[in-house]
Design a protein around this ligand. Structure first.
Ligand SMILES: [Zn+2]
Ligand SMILES: [Zn+2]
Length: 85
């Protein structure tokens, strides 16, 4: 069990505190399949990410994007972003 702390990054930088509310959450739906690597172990390289919007009581808004399911090998769809360019 891990607890996630959600704080407004702008308020935190300013040394303020604020209440944070969750907004719309969207998840990408790309097709993918798990595969077995050279070590025979199953890898879940799920390219899909979930983006959740947050809004703080001071009016700041931001989005947090996380992998739907990171692989145990450390692979993450977020680290692949930008390598296409
Ligand atoms: Zn804020
Ligand atoms: Zn993997």
């Amino acid at each position: 069990m891990s607890s996630t702390i959600i704080q407004c990054p702008q308020c935190r930088d300013a040394g303020q505190t604020s209440e944070v509310r969750r907004g719309i959450s969207t998840t990408t739906t790309e097709y993918w399949e798990p595969y077995f690597g050279e070590d025979g172990k199953k890898h879940h390289h799920n390219p899909n990410v979930a983006t959740t919007l947050y809004k703080c009581s001071e009016g700041h808004q931001w989005a947090i994007t996380v992998p739907v399911r990171p692989c145990r090998c450390g692979w993450s769809p977020l680290s692949e972003e930008g390598s296409d360019e």
